[in-house]
Ligand binder design. Structure first.
Ligand SMILES: [Zn+2]
Length: 309
C-alpha cells in the first residue's frame, strides 16, 4: 500500500492563543511520531492551498471572502467566537488544511496513493457552510468530498467521524444530499449538542450514535459494528473520507469517553475494510481533534499504521 502523508509548516502557524487546547504542539507531536523509522515508507507531500473554486463547493463565496478578510495583523488575534480564534497565520493554515484533503482525494483517485492522511490544523468538522466555530474555519472533509464528485466524477462519498464531538458542520452538508453519507459516534451531552440518533438525513444517509460520558471501547465498537458500519455497507461508498479525531481517548482533557489506542486501531481497520469492499481501497483521512499530546501522537500513529497496510 502507498500511503500519502500531507501536511505543511503553515499548519503550525495557526496560533489561537497560549491557553488554547487546539495548539501547534498537537501537530508537532504527530509529526514527531511519524518520523519513526516504521513510517519511512510513507509518501510525503506539502499540502497545497485550497482554491476559491474548491472552497465554494461547500461554503458560499461571501463566507470565504469574510474568512479571508478576517486575518489579523501579526501579533493580533481575531475572535470568530469564544472558541475560534485567528492569528495572522491561521488563514493560510486553514487553506492548507482544506487543500490537503483535496490533494489526498486527487492522489487516491489518480492512483498515486491508495490511502492518504492529512496531518493538518485547524480542524474542520464543526464548520457549517455558513458558520465557523468549534475551532473550525473551513469544512476540510466536506470540501474533499465535493472535490471528489466535481473533479473525479465520484458518485457516492461517505464521511465517517470518530471524533468525540459531533460534526454538525459536516452533517449540515450531507443531510440534504443522498449522494453523501455521514456516520458519527460522539459523546452526548457535549459540544455542539447535536447528533441525536433521530437525525437521519434525507435518505437515511446520516447515522448518529451518541455515547454517554464514560463509555468505553465496548460501547464504541458496538455503535460502529452493529449500527453505523452495516448502514455504510449498504450505502456502498465509492470513496471513504475519515474525520479522524482522537479526543475520545481516555486521556483527553476535553471529553469523558474512555477509548484507548487499540480502539482507534480497530475502527481504522474497519473503515479500511469498507473502502476495500466498495471503493477499491480509496480512503482519505483528515485530522480533527485530540488534545492530550501523548495520546494524540500514539493514536494517530496507530491510525496511520493501519492505512499503510
Ligand atoms: Zn473533537
Amino acid at each position: 500500500m502507498t500511503t500519502l502523508l500531507l501536511t505543511h509548516p503553515a499548519c503550525l502557524g495557526h496560533e489561537p492563543g497560549p491557553h488554547h487546547p487546539e495548539r501547534p504542539e498537537r501537530l508537532a507531536a504527530i509529526l514527531a511520531a511519524l518520523q519513526d523509522e516504521e513510517f519511512a515508507g510513507l509518501a510525503r507531500a506539502e499540502a497545497p492551498l485550497a482554491t476559491s473554486e474548491q472552497l465554494t463547493r461547500v461554503h458560499p463565496a461571501n463566507y470565504v471572502q469574510a474568512m479571508l478578510g478576517a486575518r489579523p495583523q501579526p501579533g493580533e488575534y481575531a475572535m470568530i467566537d469564544g472558541d475560534t480564534i485567528l492569528s495572522h497565520g491561521s488563514i493560510e493554515a486553514a487553506l492548507r488544511a482544506a487543500g490537503a484533503v483535496v490533494a489526498g482525494v486527487d492522489a487516491v483517485m489518480g492512483g498515486t496513493a491508495d490511502t492518504a492522511f492529512a496531518a493538518v490544523r485547524p480542524p474542520g468538522h464543526h464548520a457549517t457552510p455558513d458558520i465557523p466555530g468549534g475551532f473550525c474555519i473551513f469544512n476540510n472533509v466536506a470540501i474533499g468530498a465535493r472535490h471528489a464528485q466535481a473533479r473525479h466524477g465520484v458518485g457516492r462519498v461517505a464521511i465517517l467521524d470518530f471524533d468525540v464531538h459531533h460534526g454538525q458542520g459536516t452533517q449540515a452538508v450531507v443531510e440534504t444530499d443522498p449522494s453523501l453519507f455521514y456516520g458519527s459516534t460522539h459523546q452526548y451531552p457535549l459540544y455542539p449538542g447535536t447528533g441525536h440518533s433521530n437525525e437521519r438525513g434525507i435518505d437515511r444517509n446520516v447515522a448518529n450514535v451518541p455515547l454517554r460520558p464514560n463509555s468505553g471501547g465496548a460501547q464504541f465498537r458496538h455503535a460502529w459494528g452493529e449500527i453505523i458500519l452495516p448502514q455504510l455497507d449498504r450505502f456502498a461508498p465509492e470513496l471513504v473520507i475519515v474525520s479522524a479525531g482522537f479526543d475520545a481517548h481516555k486521556a483527553d482533557p476535553l471529553a469523558q469517553l474512555s477509548l484507548d489506542t487499540a480502539d482507534f486501531e480497530w475502527i481504522s481497520e474497519e473503515l479500511l475494510a469498507i473502502a476495500d469492499r466498495h471503493a477499491e481501497g480509496r480512503l482519505v483521512s483528515a485530522l480533527e481533534g485530540g488534545y492530550d499530546l501523548d495520546a494524540l501522537a500514539d493514536a494517530t500513529a496507530a491510525h496511520v499504521r493501519v492505512l499503510m497496510r
